[in-house]
Design a protein around this ligand. Structure first.
Ligand code: ADP
Ligand code: MG
Length: 316
């Protein structure tokens, strides 16, 4: 077995896939998949390749490539999860928007499934906020938060809900523009889905913790509002389980008084525990972000002006 990497399970670098993609690096791995960096040898374009590899259930065969079941009894489970993995490609195929990662290809090889997407240069919103201060700045509202909302609105208009929006699933380019990735939990709006999804503390709404409850665009509204909360305060919102009996989620404005009362209230409305009480409209959220953009721009300008007109006190 290939034992020269963390799990002894990654494909070797320089491997070719689909006679088109050469692997050049490892980006991430989770319970269900391994994410590689690579490039298309025909076009030279950088790509990201996600391989279905549920590591608790499978391993590589003697060739270090073919994926085989660890136990014959797990095969049915592996196949079910593989169906869910393939759905990510099916969801992404129909979406074309500058704020959603671009779909490039999907194929089967090595007895497993692959999804190829465009490489987003930059870093995840999660790592960005880790390294930087909370972003109550006009350019961030304009370049990042409003386009992020527009990407989500677009997918909803195509009838798709993402269901796993969180800072780790948003890439931020060097110019601040966002791209939503990871459609592994996405579904069509009118599908009654009971297949398993991941939940993320602070960013997943209550209704996603049960596959019996109704889910809709309001579920993505919760996660979007939680992402905006995180960007503006630098804090992951309190998890929903701690808000059920008494909701003591501190307001955005309490944590960052540079944020207006109006935007703070709309974000908190977007994060209401019960979906029926949640802000139902992405338009309302967008209007609040627009207003905030102009307000913060005014604030930044007046601070800039003050700084420019500040003269050293003359010595008498
Ligand atoms: N298109 C991409 N461009 C750049 N990095 C990516 C891209 N897709 C995924 N990644 C990186 O790989 C990580 C895992 O990818 P993701 O699709 O979220 O898989 P998972 O289902 O394991 O969460 C992301 O958090 C990001 O760091
Ligand atoms: Mg992810």
């Amino acid at each position: 077995m290939n034992q020269n990497n963390e799990y002894g399970c990654y494909l070797e670098l320089d491997s070719m896939l689909n006679d088109t993609y050469k692997l050049t690096g490892y980006l991430a791995s989770s319970e269900l998949s391994i994410v590689y960096l690579g490039y298309n040898v025909e076009s030279g374009e950088s790509v990201v390749i996600k391989e279905y590899y549920p590591k608790a259930l499978v391993m590589r065969d003697m060739d270090n490539k073919t994926v085989i079941s660890r136990k014959p009894s797990a095969q049915a489970h592996i196949d079910r999860l593989r169906e869910a993995f393939r759905r990510e490609a099916a969801m992404l195929k129909g979406l074309q928007h500058k704020n959603i990662v671009g779909f490039m290809n999907d194929f089967e090889q090595n007895e497993t499934s692959y999804l190829v997407t465009a490489y987003c240069r930059g870093q995840t919103l999660e790592s960005y906020i880790h390294k930087n201060h909370p972003m109550a700045r006009a350019d961030w509202v304009g370049k990042t938060l409003i386009p992020l909302l527009e990407g989500i609105q677009y997918m909803h208009d195509q009838g798709i809900i993402h269901r796993d929006l969180k800072p780790g699933n948003v890439m931020i380019g060097e110019d601040g523009s966002p791209q939503v990735i990871d459609f592994g939990s996405a579904i069509h709006l009118n599908t009654a889905s009971s297949y398993p999804i991941m939940t993320s503390a602070g960013f997943s709404p209550l209704e996603l913790y049960s596959d019996k409850s109704k889910q809709g665009t309001y579920s993505d509204m919760f996660s979007l509002a939680a992402i905006i909360y995180y960007v503006l305060t630098g804090q992951v919102p309190m998890d929903i389980s701690q808000r059920l009996i008494q909701d003591n989620l501190p307001s955005v404005r309490k944590l960052n008084n540079r944020v207006s009362v109006v935007l703070s209230c709309i974000i908190m409305w977007g994060m209401a525990v019960k979906f029926a009480k949640r802000c139902p409209s992405f338009r309302v959220m967008k209007a609040a972000l627009h207003m905030e953009y102009y307000r913060l721009k005014g604030l930044d300008l007046s601070i800039g002006k003050l700084k420019k007109t500040e003269k050293p006190t003359p010595r008498l």
